[in-house]
Design a protein around this ligand. Sequence first.
Ligand SMILES: [Zn+2]
Length: 200
Amino acid sequence: MDLRKIGKFIAKSRTEKGYTQESLAETLDISNRAISKWERGICLPDSAHMVKLCKLLNISISDLFNGERVDIKDNKEISEKNLLELMKAKEEKDKQLLSLEWVLGGIAVVTLLSLVVVAAVIDMPDYTRWIIMSIGFVVFMISMFFALRIEQIAGYYKCAECGNKYVPKYWGVFMARHMGRTRHLRCPKCGKKSWQKKVL
Ligand SMILES: [Zn+2]
């Protein structure tokens, strides 16, 4: 999928329909900046706006993904190709998120440990010691919050009982026992608890 081509196509279709970035933004009830990002090929419209946008510009979703008007007979093949590319892009993003989780975890542990060591070893007034320990603790908690958030949203958990793949709630992930990325969760489909693997 060529984001730049798609961006140019959006810009071209927009001007053909007589919209400025501002008037289109207003009609879609979003910021000018979002439109400008799409047109510069920085990102795709999210699914909520994509349908409305295509209607306004009188183009199909396949046209949009392809960055040009496509023949109806080519449509099926192209949409399938684009769907696959979207899935690949999501998998790629999930992989990046999961590596980011390692980085976050590392930062959390290193920060906490070094501040605890500093507070324990260096001579200082008690209240300074407490402030340093608290900062370490807060950084640790924030990093852990985001690491767990990534763990929740990146990819899916797969139920060992029925094979259902799903994204659990944050609290469920927070409370669940885990071994690495495998968590003991209740499947929303079959209702059984099992050790569920993280899959992309
Ligand atoms: Zn299940």
